[in-house]
Design a protein around this ligand. Structure first.
Ligand SMILES: N[C@@H](CCC(=O)N[C@@H](CS)C(=O)NCC(=O)O)C(=O)O
Length: 203
């Protein structure tokens, strides 16, 4: 049996969480290694690109969150077999990565510099990406992004929109998704209430 070992930070968000969800939903056993930041710093040289998530598959280290999520999605039955639907799925996942990189640039800033950077982010890239994702949801039929069912693209967006609503990012309004894209907020609630997702958080 293939052995999976996923290493990510110890919180229910970010680039690692959709992968954890996909493993669970697919009923695929994996070791869920959760690092606190000092543990990450100590172990960082052992990660190929000095970043997380990484997954080890039978001891071989694989990096890049979307590549890992796509692979686990295939194993879990959460990735389309139709090429066009798979492309829809990939587009959504890569758009979320653009957003992750944009918000990453505001980390580490302090005081007024942070406030200004976050306000610019809210009016600029974040608004653009929320509206863009809303369009992609409509293209998928309004309920899911691809394949007319929940796929890894939905898990990736859900983790992001839920984090925005949690208020984890200072100076980002928690109702920004509701305000700009009500259908995307409904999508977050739809995935939150999916019995497979409910079961994961109830475990
Ligand atoms: N392209 C990579 C980016 C990975 C990445 O930047 N991960 C962040 C956490 S979400 C990280 O490890 N940051 C710590 C650092 O770069 O020092 C991926 O998609 O996995």
């Amino acid at each position: 049996m293939t052995r999976f070992n996923l290493t990510y930070f110890d919180f229910d968000g970010g680039r690692g969480e959709p992968i954890r969800l996909a493993f669970h939903i697919g009923g695929i056993g994996f070791e869920d290694v959760r690092l606190k930041f000092p543990q990450f710093q100590e172990a960082q040289p052992s990660f190929r690109f000095r970043a997380l998530p990484v997954v080890e598959i039978d001891g071989r280290q694989i990096t890049q969150s979307n590549s890992i999520l796509r692979h686990v999605g295939k194993l879990a039955g959460l990735y389309p077999t139709d090429d066009l639907q798979a492309l829809y799925c990939d587009e959504v996942m890569d758009a979320v990565e653009d957003l992750n990189h944009a918000v990453g640039k505001t980390f580490g800033l302090k005081g007024d510099a942070m406030k200004q950077a976050r306000e610019d982010f809210v009016k600029g890239r974040l608004a653009t990406y929320i509206k863009g994702l809303d369009e992609l949801l409509a293209r998928g039929g309004g309920q899911y992004f691809a394949d007319g069912r929940m796929t890894v693209a939905d898990l990736k967006v859900f983790v992001e929109t839920r984090n925005l609503a949690k208020g984890i990012l200072d100076h980002v309004p928690t109702d920004i998704v509701e305000g700009l894209a009500p259908a995307l907020a409904e999508h977050r609630d739809r995935i939150t209430n999916d019995p497979r997702v409910v079961a994961y958080y109830a475990r």
